[in-house]
Design a protein around this ligand. Structure first.
Ligand SMILES: *Cc1c(COP(=O)(O)O)cnc(C)c1O
Length: 427
């Protein structure tokens, strides 16, 4: 596959943008090839500057559940474009999107829109501290909650891929209040509650982590977190920026029967435009400015273009309820991978839920961060390059999740499964 034009643009970009990219994982570091520069996308396909076409399993890191260029979303954006792109004043669309989301989550009475997932989690942490008057937060090794200072500790995803679990520039005085536990290991959480009695403001967790590859909660792990938060008057925050409207329509609280106090959202709820949100119980949300003393604001928060793209996306998936089909597609992939594994005597793991998945180059079950760390990273990089060459675009890191959209067809999935088969065959 020729990628001359992309290579030229990448080398030019590296002179004026750090690493040539505006988000580190896009640089493909640690992979054997340089990133294609994308010029257009339609449905589940993206096209690069050399006119190579790929089946897209990154989908802008999750948001494009309806595929690229959905006609209804495009129409909504176009029509808003004619009415104005930003007012810095309240609009009907914000009310509509707020109601659309609140109606889905039993635990949510109120919601505040921001412009990114990072802002959503930063604000939720500030709110939890303001509400409880406590200092410490517990996060989990390998969970990513955006790049806010207090959350940039053992932070998964890009931070893991680039080998910088803790960033310089984040003051020790700030992160000393961030305690790190192990996902799916309740004893590590209990230990932190015991050694910080009365001072845990919140637990923040990706209930379904997608930023160390896709992991699933085991043995009532989330229920036990709920109990610990109740016993210690701490706030439980589900960061569903990635898993929201991806693992299922109505979130981890329904999937696992655990209601959090606050939920953070992003990605899908912006329909491909920059959006984040945090919402939860009224008694907590009322602490936010202007009702309460906890300050949080945003010039472009509730931006009408983003609101209409998100609202149209959510209304459409509410009507379509594509989750059974999406999950079947991923299950089909899982079956094909198992078949190929059997044929070539491998047992590489394929975790999946709803429209999300990760193929781990690890031959035993993967449900903890340490299991992900034990993957064969060199083999992943080989697979990544192999599959790219065949027109299949997956995230360039073992620490990421993949996604399907309503536009992926059985032919797309077959082609993907075939490339895995061919990969194992040539090893
Ligand atoms: C993507 C992501 C974020 C950060 O969202 P941005 O919009 O990139 O700031 C936060 N939490 C989770 C779980 C995410 O997947």
């Amino acid at each position: 596959m020729i990628r001359q034009e992309s290579e030229k643009l990448f080398s030019q970009s590296q002179k004026c943008i750090p690493g040539g990219v505006n988000s580190p994982v896009r640089s493909f570091r640690g992979m054997k090839i340089s990133p294609p520069f994308i010029k257009s996308a339609n449905g589940c396909h993206i096209v690069d500057e050399d006119n190579n076409e790929y089946i897209d399993y990154v989908l802008s890191w999750g948001p494009m559940i309806l595929g690229h260029g959905d006609q209804d979303v495009k129409n909504a954006i176009q029509s808003q474009l004619d009415s104005g792109t930003s007012f810095g004043a309240p609009t009907r669309l914000e009310l509509q999107l707020a109601n659309e989301i609140i109606s889905v989550y039993d635990s949510m009475d109120m919601i505040r829109m921001v412009s990114s997932g990072t802002e959503a989690t930063m604000s939720a942490i500030r709110l939890a501290r303001g509400y409880t008057g406590k200092e410490k937060i517990i996060k989990f090794n390998g969970c990513y909650h955006g790049h806010g200072d207090c959350l940039l500790v053992e932070a998964g995803s890009g931070a893991l891929t680039h080998g910088e679990p803790n960033s310089p520039g984040v003051l020790p005085d700030i992160v000393k209040h961030t305690l790190v536990a192990e996902y799916n290991d309740i004893a590590t959480v209990e230990a932190l509650f015991n050694s910080n009695k009365g001072n845990i403001a919140a637990i923040i967790i990706e209930p379904i982590p997608g930023n160390m590859g896709l992991l699933l909660p085991k043995d009532d792990f989330l229920k036990k977190l709920r109990q610990l938060c109740d016993q210690n008057a701490s706030v439980l925050i589900f960061d569903e920026v990635m898993s929201g409207y991806r693992a299922s329509f109505d979130g981890a609280e329904k999937l696992f029967g655990v209601e959090p106090d606050l939920i953070t959202l992003g990605k899908v709820i912006g329909g491909g435009l920059p959006v984040g949100a945090y919402g939860g119980k009224e008694k907590i949300m009322k602490q936010i400015s202007p009702l309460g003393p906890v300050y949080q604001a945003g010039t472009l928060s509730g931006n009408p273009l983003a609101m209409t793209a998100g609202l149209t996306t959510l209304q459409k998936i509410k009507k379509l309820q594509p989750y059974a089909d999406l999950s079947n597609s991923v299950q089909e992939m899982s079956k094909e991978i198992k078949k190929a594994n059997q044929k070539f005597g491998k047992n590489y793991q394929f975790n999946h839920i709803g429209s999300m998945f990760t193929l781990f180059f690890n031959e035993s079950e993967v449900y903890k961060k340490s299991h992900v760390d034990n993957c064969d990273f060199d083999l992943f990089a080989q697979y990544f390059a192999f599959t790219m060459e065949r027109g299949i675009y997956i995230a360039p890191s073992q620490y990421e999740a993949g996604f399907v959209s309503v536009c992926h067809t059985s032919q797309d999935l077959e082609k993907t499964a075939k490339s895995y088969y061919d990969f194992l065959q040539q090893l």
